[in-house]
Design a protein around this ligand. Sequence first.
Ligand code: PMP
Ligand code: GLN
Length: 375
Amino acid sequence: MPNVGNSIFPVMTGLANQYNAVNLAQGFPDFGTDPQLIHLVDEYMKKGFNQYSPPAGVLALREQISELTFNRTGRRYNPETEVVVAAGGTQALGTAITTFIREGDEVIIFEPAYDCYSPIIKLNGGIPRAVELTPPDYRIVWDEVKKCISNKTRMIMINTPHNPTGTTISKSDIEELIKITRGTDIIILSDEVYEHILFDGVEHQSMAKYPELAERSLIVSSFGKTFHTTGWRLGYTLGPTELMKEFMKVQLFSVYTNNTPMQYAVAVYMENYPDKIMELSAFYQQKRDYFRKLMTETRFKLLPVSGSYFQTASFADISDEGDYDFAVRITKEFGVATIPTSAFYSHGTDHKVIRFCFAKKDETLQKAVERLVAI
Ligand code: PMP
Ligand code: GLN
């Protein structure tokens, strides 16, 4: 991959550590997961569940995932053939792309796009066709999408709630997606890792809710986001049997199987504490609102956010620098690390928008904003 450099996340986290900055850059919580969940992992390790699990994942976990999805979307995925556990969302996305993308296939992505999409598409010989979303609302312009569709279009990647913008797609976006894909064999790869983090009563538009889309969709989720465990590397993919059958072959010979005791622990936890997931949106809405309120004391202009744990902000009133230079400088000079959103565009941008992660303790957010007011 000669044209691929480092990912922006370890770069900014490295700088944050080097300059002892508050790290609002990389998206991970700085608070722990539920001790009950830790206790369950401990229990399953001590009980001896430390060997290979089935390549598609521990059945009890696949059953819980299926049940949760049914309750939230009304679609029942068969735990035996339509649910596959992954080593995090990244692996699930990579495996899906490797399964279906071949030399010359085109994949429509929306930029800003999460940074792993393009490299893996290209590694498989695919061609990313980027449709640009622009601030402040980052809405999808469907006429632009239509212009990119051709007989080479193999896949459309959707991400809702969206990283880095924190926007969510609406029912009318879904209608457009149905229209545009009807009668084609386009596969939708839907990155829904922030599906349980939604604000102000916004409804999650999962592909699973719409039979016409669900039949052509692979849906990816991540327990890292849902249970504050990004280091556990646990997620999953859902899809119709005939697509998952192919997906499973790639999983089988690249990943084979995932962490066994954690799968058992998460399965039992989901069964015993079903409300935990339902409480996640309220938990993060409190954080979003707290952070936004603190940020009114700064010169940053906050953009709207309806899901995920990211807040974007314009610094156009503060500096003429490019967002990367600005983000690096404020890390070094003011001690707050953020992510420049141009890193999510294949040809960069000059939008002057950076991303803050608010999945942090209140005191961390407070400490960061005390520094940001000085800018
Ligand atoms: N997709 C998006 C949009 C993400 O933000 C992330 C995590 N940052 C992932 C996928 C990957 O999730 P995981 O950490 O489970 O690999
Ligand atoms: N998903 C997180 C983010 O967007 C972290 C990603 C990573 O470290 N690869 O910040």
